[in-house]
Design a protein around this ligand. Structure first.
Ligand code: FES
Length: 87
């Protein structure tokens, strides 16, 4: 697992191995809009402020993946222990 920090509040939430960023934050009332929930449509695209995403989507280009500043929150995870999102 890893943790998500919400940039606007500073609050940190754990993401367990069996849940996505979207479901983990949803449990705490933080909603990220989704559509396909399969990493294809890009609806859940979220800006990364700090940390390194573990990209599991099919939406971002190779260049966008390497920039480490956006994450597809319905399926991607984190390589770093903490991922700070611009929420
Ligand atoms: Fe479609 Fe995340 S909801 S890519």
């Amino acid at each position: 697992g890893f943790e998500i920090q919400i940039a606007s509040t500073g609050k940190i939430y754990a993401v367990a191995a069996n849940e996505t960023i979207v479901t983990a934050l949803g449990k705490h009332g933080i909603a990220i809009a989704t559509s396909c929930e399969q990493g294809i449509c890009g609806t859940c695209l979220t800006t990364v402020v700090d940390g390194i995403p573990d990209h599991r989507d099919q939406f971002l280009t190779e260049q966008e993946r390497c920039a480490n500043n956006q994450v597809i929150a319905c399926c991607s995870r984190a390589k770093s222990k903490l991922l700070v999102l611009d929420l």
